[in-house]
Structures are given as structure tokens and as C-alpha cells.
Design a protein around this ligand. Sequence first.
Ligand SMILES: [Zn+2]
Length: 368
Amino acid sequence: MNRGSGETRGGVNLPALRGYNEALVLDLLRAAGPAGRGRAELAARTGLTPQAVSKIMVRLAAEGLVAEAGRAASTGGKPRTLLRLEAGARHAVGVHLDRDELRAVRVDLAGGVLAECAGPLDFGAGPDAVVAAVVRAVGRVCDPAGPPLLGVGAAAPGPLDHRAGVMGRVTGFPSWEGFPLREVLEGWLGLPVLLDKDTNAGAAGAGPAPRSWPAAGGAAEAGASVYLHVASGLGAGLRLDGEVYRGARSAAGEFGHQVLQLDGPRCRCGARGCAEVLCLAAVARADLPEAARIVGEGAANLVALLDVERVVLGGRVVAAAPEVFVSGVRAVLAARALTQPPPEVAVAATGVAEGAAQLLLAPFFGRT
Ligand SMILES: [Zn+2]
């Protein structure tokens, strides 16, 4: 979806847009959780007519996607029927292909994790071995007797072409360049597959931004948040005005290769003094406060550039010492803040595999 200024994000009462209207309603019900919402509220928030909402509800109920959540007291008249998302009606799988580890999860429509598996992975073993490992992992988390699977979201190290589903020249793993990972996985799995960078999945896993309601005629929510992934590499996922921002060549978020020290040590990308080479060196000598300071300096550059309001930290290096990273990054951001207050700093609530599943589910809820 474009983030143009004249865009209408709300419901439109045209038959051709029925699918999008259904997605909008499902997104509102997802946000409401088990408590559900009434038809009149759904109509008011989407800008759809009550009749249109009722028709959508009949269709969604026939597909098993919504159920009654109970009744709410009304001011006079009969009590309102509340409707909720039937989160278990569809499932999705998310897979995180890290350089040395593979993790897969099966989630419901609310993002709840129903099954997971993890194990070592040698990304350098090349596409054939890795594809076989992914197919095995998906089979392990799937339930053949369960509800329909909407597809598989796969998150891998960048660079890669998100739209074409093709891998790029992953630093240190030249055999991957040009490999059509999405198409090959779809062939093996017989399911729709989405391929995205691990950092974008991390940004998606940090939670969907709330829509601005009422949607009709309203602007997209403003603001920037970043997800910083610290593991075998250093990368960023950007969420600008509510949407994951990838850039025209899926190349946005190369956070780790911003130069922090002009005459610093050589990085694997060829440049000197990149945030990644400095940070990983600090991690290697177990100086995590220094690693956190370097992440913080890089984050402060992003904050100044994009007016970032929220910095979310993830990846296994952060998970091993979350307090060190949160306090270290927070201290640098506070010291370098050009705008008050400095951004909020938090640890990611979910992993990259969960985020990959969220990216796969996004269109189901009318999001990108
Ligand atoms: Zn570099």
C-alpha cells in the first residue's frame, strides 16, 4: 500500500473492494481481542454502512472466522451482540533462517504460538541443504489435522529481493546469490511463501502499529520505530508511518554497515569501522557494555535522521543480556538526543520467526 497523502485507509462500499473491507473488519476484531466488538462500532470505525458490516459478518461467520463473544448492555433497546475473531480458524508458519540456527513456529491468527522447533543450521552449506532443513522444520510444526494453513513466512539474512523472493549476495555466503528461495520453497511445501529479511520480520514481530480510526479519509499513523537485530550480524528493520519500509530494492535497514570509525578495522563488507565489525569485536571479547554503546551510537544516528520514537532490540546477543543492551542504548540515546524526550527503548517481545509469520498474515488483515 502506498503511503500517499490522499489515501483512504477506510472501508469503501464497493463490491470490488469486498476483500479489503473484510480484511479491515478482521483487523479491528483482532485488535479487540477476546472481548470482541459490536456491529455498530465496526461500522463507525470503518466508515462502512451497518448493512455492509452485517453482510461481511455473514460471510466471515460462514468461513468460521468470526464468532459471537457475548452481549453487551445497551442504553435502552436490546443488548448488542459482540463479535470476536476466531483466532484458531487459520494458522500460519514463520521460519527464521539464521546463519547457524533454524527456528520455526506455527501461530494462530492472533499471533499465539501453537508449536515451535529449533535446531542448528549451516547457512553456508548452500541452498539445497538449507531448503531441505526448512521443509523438515515446517513439517515438524505443522498439524495435518489442524485448520487451513495460510502459508509460510520465511526470514533470512539480507540482502534479498522481497518482491521477487530471490536471495542476494549475503556477506560470506556467495552460493546464495540469485537463488529463488521463495519459489523453491513454494514448490516443496505446496503453500504460499513470503520471503523477507530477518530484520523486517523482527520489526513486524514487534507488533502491528495501531491504525488511525475512523479509517475513512484519515491519514496513516505517523511516526518511526526501528527494530535492531544483534546476532551474527547487525541489522535494522524500519517501520515508517505504520508500515515496514524496505526500499525499492529491499535494501533499507543496512544498519550494521554505517561507518562509525573512519580508520577502524576492516569490515566483511569491505569498508572500515562499520558498526557491525566494531560491535561484533566487542561481543567476541565479552565486552557487552561496549557492544551496547556501539549499537546505541548507531541507533542515535537513525533517531536523528528519522525522528525515531521507539527502538526495539532483538537477536540472540541481546537476549543473552537484555538489561545491558537496554540500559546501554538508552544511555547513548539520552546523551545524544536532539529532541526530547529520547525514544523509548525495549526488548522485542517475540522472535524473528514469529515476525515472519506476522508478515505472512499481514495481507489477511489488510496490511502490508
Ligand atoms: Zn560493513
